[in-house]
Design a protein around this ligand. Structure first.
Ligand code: GDP
Length: 417
């Protein structure tokens, strides 16, 4: 049967974060299945599966759960880890909500950065357990979500485990945490959804109480996710930074990632690169899949796997870009940027060499700051030079840099080839 057509802005991508055991997987599991947590871990077991353990699918490891809406009614999945169930949601829904884990079980920063910078998230969802309250990890995760300007919702989870007094106390702690970083908390329940949709953004952060056991608060989250506008994509020609590559039997090399702008259709003639020598090669989009569902075309914001003709899987690397055939990309070894040093024990001198995470690129780069140095907690301007190879970098792109535990964020201000 012909499925519903996804609307133009009918797909939002939500990045999840939160202290381990604060109920993130359970909350997402209950949302996408519509089932309460039965306490024996069933709801969330599939969500704890590590990406490499999930059977190799075209886009399996970028988003770990999906649900949707059709004519405003939820389209849920029985088991989000079953390809057929996920494909069914894509088929049925006219609006999709994909969840991408920004933390995972790897060192959190690496995945967070990839999640935030490489995948064009629309919203952040941060969980804080009502029994524990905010922790150091909560603070760290919130810092990165907000530093990259992702509009974020805070879900206080496990509300069933605490009394009213404790719930209010945790709400106040979260509010204080938000105010400390210059944000305006907005406490909501299902009646505050209109206000949250109106005001969420640069400064306003909605907070709501949830329980995966009683399902309290999940109706408000449903309504938010059904109505929140798409934020994370750009207009213009097709472009996609390659996040992962696969070799699929009978299909060949597959590039997965989130479409950054424009539309791609099966059969499109594309450019892929830069390769290590800075060149772009001609390839063809053989076929496109979204959540295991074969589609003829896909638009900005969708997480897809694109099977490519004209490249070997071994040569397909993260950080490369797919563009229309008539594009004229100019990859660079150097660019200029405004940066903010969020957390570094000493001043940063000329020659500082962190790893820069930009879109899906993660690469060692040397900093050459204006005036010779950058100070912790401060903003400044710097020239940045990739150590080993060129990448496609554009003005206005945001990135994160890290070196050991240190980190900061930046915006590309100019690109010179
Ligand atoms: P994550 O590490 O943040 O993904 O946390 P999990 O989702 O794995 O949850 C950790 C534990 O908390 C599990 O044993 C869940 O069953 C339990 N849990 C999660 N949400 C709730 C809730 O709303 N109420 C109660 N009582 N327990 C919950």
């Amino acid at each position: 049967a012909e499925g519903a057509m996804l609307e133009d802005d009918g797909h939002i991508v939500v990045g999840t974060a939160g202290h381990v055991d604060h109920g993130k997987s359970t909350l997402v599991g209950s949302l996408v299945t519509g089932q309460p947590d039965d306490g024996n871990g069933d709801t969330r077991s599939f969500l704890d599966v590590q990406p490499h353990e999930i059977e190799r699918g075209l886009s399996a490891d970028l988003s770990y759960a999906v649900y949707g809406f059709r004519d405003g009614d939820p389209v849920r999945t029985r088991n989000p880890n079953r390809k057929a169930d996920r494909a069914e949601v894509v088929e049925e829904a006219d609006r999709l909500v994909s969840f991408v884990d920004t933390v995972g079980h790897e060192p959190w920063l690496r995945t967070t950065i990839r999640g935030l910078v490489g995948q064009k998230l629309d919203y952040g969802l941060l969980t804080v357990a009502a029994d524990d309250g905010p922790t150091k990890t909560t603070r760290e995760h919130l810092g990165v979500l907000l530093a990259t300007e992702l509009p974020t919702v805070v879900a206080i989870t496990k509300a069933d485990m605490v009394d009213e007094e404790r719930a209010i106390e945790v709400e106040r702690e979260v509010e204080r945490l938000l105010r400390d970083v210059g944000k305006s908390p907005l406490r909501i329940d299902r009646h505050g959804v209109d206000a949250a949709i109106e005001e969420i953004g640069d400064t306003v952060v909605p907070i709501l109480r949830t329980s995966a056991v009683t399902m309290d608060g999940l109706d408000a989250l449903d309504e938010l996710f059904e109505r929140l506008p798409k934020t994370g994509t750009e207009k213009g020609e097709f472009s996609m930074y390659v996040d992962r590559s696969y070799k699929v039997t009978g299909v060949g090399a597959v590039a997965s990632g989130t479409i950054r702008s424009g539309t791609v259709e099966a059969g499109d003639e594309l450019l892929l690169g830069p390769f290590r020598d800075g060149t772009f090669h001609e390839v063809e989009a053989r076929s496109i899949e979204m959540h295991y569902h074969r589609v003829d075309r896909a638009k900005a914001g969708r997480i897809v796997g694109i099977a490519l003709k004209g490249v070997r899987e071994a040569d397909l690397e993260r950080g490369m870009v797919l563009l229309p055939r008539d594009a004229d990309p100019a990859p660079v070894r150097e660019f200029e940027a405004d940066v903010m040093v969020l957390n570094h024990p000493t001043r940063i001198d000329d020659g500082y060499e962190p790893v820069v995470h930009l879109e899906t690129v993660s690469e060692a780069a040397a900093f050459h700051p204006e005036g010779g140095q950058l100070l912790p907690g401060d903003t400044g301007h710097t020239r940045i030079e990739f150590k080993f190879r060129p990448y496609l970098v554009e003005e206005g792109q945001r990135f994160v840099f890290r070196e050991g535990r240190s980190k900061g964020v930046g915006t590309v201000t100019s690109v010179s080839s």
